[in-house]
Design a binder for this molecule. Sequence first.
Ligand SMILES: [Cu+2]
Length: 108
Amino acid sequence: MKKLMFIALLALTAAPAFAQPTGSSGAKPAAAATGEMADGEVRRIDKSRGTVLLKHGEIKNLNMGGMTMSFKFKDPKMAEQFKEGDKVKFTAEQKGEDLIVTSIRKAP
Ligand SMILES: [Cu+2]
């Protein structure tokens, strides 16, 4: 129930805000990576855990083809602007066992 309310809230509040910059304090400038961003679609998002299930296309820097899998957000706040069904562009890195979304934005 809580989750549904959260998603409804997102739909109301997040829609006009998609132009904001991705990430906050990344060592890499997110904008510079635009050409390398992978395509994705949000399947499930867990704001409390800061994780997202993404159906994604090829991720070149990870040598990964298309699949659906879970990522952690580098910054849990990144979850706030997205909801299930959103098409996104994102970059990801591997850190130990985790795959981290380092930048993400809504796809046009
Ligand atoms: Cu994958």
